[in-house]
Design a binder for this molecule. Structure first.
Ligand SMILES: *Cc1c(COP(=O)(O)O)cnc(C)c1O
Length: 376
């Protein structure tokens, strides 16, 4: 094959930690003609995306929009704007992504106080409460709602209440939770939240929806130092995503077609209904769980703390080369599942049931493929 020929991706079923399967409707939206990012039609689309994101996040926050970059950039948007040099941030770590939060805090000149929990367990509210009491100087609590590296779901409502009781703002990673499990930004009093397009929204990767409440905006407005990142500085981005009755000012060129795709995926979420989408993830999780049990596979995470959309199962002893097993899934069955990360590498597989991929069809394909290969 000459190096310059067109790329034809293989047809895969994506049941890993993301990206998830993208429905044809979303792919078709992506392929619509590109228009200018300041075209009135595109500005109308921006407004509609913001309204749909408010629904998905269950918030009335005016500052709700998609960052033109992947989930990691949504994470950075929250940290670089909210954390100023000298701030103390309580960071919960029960998997890979909490470690990235610590990195973010330190790069912003803040001090991270770590609350550590085992990989595969939810964040312990008792430990968080103890840390809040021991560190009255802390002004932010940061945690991951749905830890994709392990498959554990934390009690965001309780953690946010603890933060409020101790006058802390909250930064919540909802990259994998948005659209997959109940998430109520306003009801739970979340101050800053970020997500990703490629998990339970079933959109191609590269966009990060975020939302900021009034308390978070007040802290950003009261900053005495400039936000270290020009691209992610909300004071500047806000003028692009909010017209405020006047003309939008140019900040960067939004990835126009990626926004068409995000919009379509959000329309599909709205059509299904958020509660129905959450219920579908739970039902599909239970079906997969029953099938995995029949194959003799066991879960890493205790049942009450399990994420429906990310199933971490222990690799059985009979599988001596787990990487070869996963590549056989890919080559023989066109099925992608995830490997373990960090301390869980070689110990677990991560099976995603995200968004459009949380379906009977995918479960049947996955169980069938696992059964065939485990018999070998
Ligand atoms: C995937 C993920 C991220 C990072 O998102 P990218 O789009 O890969 O940058 C952050 N947090 C969690 C919990 C994730 O699952």
């Amino acid at each position: 094959m000459p190096a310059s020929s067109s790329f034809m991706p293989p047809k895969r079923t994506l049941m890993g930690p993301g990206p998830s399967d993208v429905p044809d409707r979303v792919l078709a939206a992506l392929a619509q003609p590109t228009i200018g990012h300041l075209d009135p039609a595109f500005q109308g689309l921006m407004e509609d995306i913001k309204a749909l994101l408010k629904y998905a996040f269950q918030t009335e926050n005016r500052l709700t929009f998609p960052v033109s970059a992947p989930g990691s950039a949504g994470m950075e948007t929250c940290f670089v704007n909210l954390v100023e040099p000298g701030d103390t941030v309580i960071v919960c770590q029960n998997g890979a992504f909490g470690g990235r939060m610590k990195e973010n805090v330190e790069r912003c000149g803040g001090t991270a106080v770590m609350v550590m929990d085992d990989w595969g367990r939810a964040v312990s509210p008792a430990k968080v409460e103890a840390a809040l009491k021991a560190h009255p100087e802390a002004n932010i609590l940061a945690f991951v709602h749905a830890e994709t590296s392990t498959g554990a779901l934390s009690d965001a409502e309780t953690l946010c209440r603890l933060a409020q009781d101790h006058d802390c703002l909250t930064i919540v990673d909802a990259v994998t939770s948005l659209g997959g499990v109940p998430l109520y930004v306003d009801k739970w009093g979340i101050d800053a939240v970020y997500s990703g397009s490629q998990k339970c929204l079933s959109c191609p990767p590269g966009i990060s929806p975020v939302s900021f409440g009034d308390r978070a905006i007040a802290k950003i407005r009261a900053r005495t130092t400039k936000v270290q990142s020009w691209f992610l500085d909300l004071n500047l981005v806000m003028d692009y995503w909010e017209s405020n009755g006047g003309a939008r000012s140019y900040h960067h060129t939004a990835p126009v077609n990626a926004m068409y795709a995000l919009h379509e995926s959000l329309v599909m979420l709205k059509e299904e209904g958020l509660e129905n989408a959450w219920a579908r993830h739970q039902t599909m999780h239970e079906k997969l769980r029953d099938g995995l049990k029949e194959l003799g596979l066991t879960y890493l995470v205790p049942a009450p703390e399990r994420l429906p959309q990310l199933n971490s199962v222990m690799i059985p002893d009979t599988v001596t080369d787990e990487a070869a097993f996963r590549s056989a899934l890919l080559t023989d069955h066109n099925l992608e599942i995830g490997a373990g990360l960090g301390t869980l590498a070689g110990k677990v597989w991560r099976i995603g049931l995200m968004g459009y991929g949380a379906s009977d069809k995918n479960i049947a394909l996955c169980l069938n493929a696992l059964r065939t290969l485990l018999r070998r």
